[in-house]
Design a protein around this ligand. Structure first.
Ligand SMILES: CC(C)(COP(=O)(O)OP(=O)(O)OC[C@H]1O[C@@H](n2cnc3c(N)ncnc32)[C@H](O)[C@@H]1OP(=O)(O)O)[C@@H](O)C(=O)NCCC(=O)NCCS
Length: 227
């Protein structure tokens, strides 16, 4: 099986991401890209932070099946992708660190942000043995808070594969609304692929969270994420 096929949907970083920023702009137009600062985000049980080379061992341990055939190489490839994103966009996948053990147990982030329309897209991965404890939901809430309140997004969306029940439940439980199906274009990488589309608007997130934040401000962002 080709290496790319072993990598789950949330590691299938598009080839276009590997193109330098300036070439992407020429080919695909300027979506108002700007370089962001990547803060450390903290929740009750998690620290979301940039990944470092030292995290390689934890990343290799994420998923025995996915990485099985070339675990060191695939994990390093993922880390290199993260480093490129940090360099070029300022932000890339946040490593999800469990406060209790210090282990990096997954990643999440904004693979796409379109500043012109104030829209972002999120994704999230939690290593299988840590699933089902509400950790992905906690991580997404921190991303929503940062996206809406710190960088001024007005809409955050997520795409889910039709057979990925967990991701659909996660989107719904995180407060996103199902908007419908989207089908990829004939000339895209996966022509005809249908995905479920979810989104949350800033006004809905804020009205749901203002009261909670006032009572329990246990999520924070620190600006020391770069470096
Ligand atoms: C999707 C994924 C991130 C969920 O991680 P997780 O930590 O298990 O998710 P959570 O525990 O926060 O679950 C969120 C909610 O969805 C529910 N849920 C999660 N998986 C579910 C499943 N398979 N069936 C039913 N409900 C499920 C949980 O019960 C929880 O609801 P609750 O808070 O009311 O109990 C994880 O399964 C994963 O990494 N999958 C592979 C990568 C992927 O598909 N990512 C897409 C996400 S954008």
């Amino acid at each position: 099986m080709a290496l790319k096929d072993q990598i789950s949907i949330f590691f299938r970083w598009p080839v276009i991401k590997t193109l330098p920023h300036r070439i992407r702009r020429i080919l695909f137009g300027d979506s108002g890209q700007r370089k962001l600062q990547m803060p450390v985000l903290e929740t009750e049980r998690l620290v979301l932070r940039q990944l470092h080379q030292d995290d390689l061992r934890d990343i290799i341990a994420w998923d025995e099946v996915t990485w099985a055939q070339n675990s060191d190489g695939a994990a390093q490839e993922f880390l290199d992708y993260c480093f490129r994103e940090y360099r070029e966009r300022g932000i890339g996948p946040w490593g999800i660190q469990l406060k209790e053990t210090g282990a990096i147990i997954g990643n999440c982030g904004f693979p796409h942000i379109i500043f012109k329309t104030h829209c972002g897209e999120v994704n999230c991965y939690i290593a299988s043995r840590h699933r089902g404890q509400g950790l992905a939901r906690e991580a997404l809430q921190a991303l929503f808070r940062w996206g809406f309140r710190d960088i001024g997004l007005t809409r955050i969306q997520a795409r889910c594969e039709p057979d990925n029940v967990s991701s659909q439940h996660l989107a719904e439980k995180a407060g996103m609304r199902f908007e419908g199906w989207i089908e990829s274009a004939p000339l895209s990488r996966d022509p005809g692929l249908k995905q479920k589309h979810y989104a949350i608007l800033a006004k809905d997130f804020n009205s749901a969270h203002n009261e909670i934040d006032a009572c329990a401000p246990n999520m924070t962002a620190r600006s020391d994420g770069n470096g």
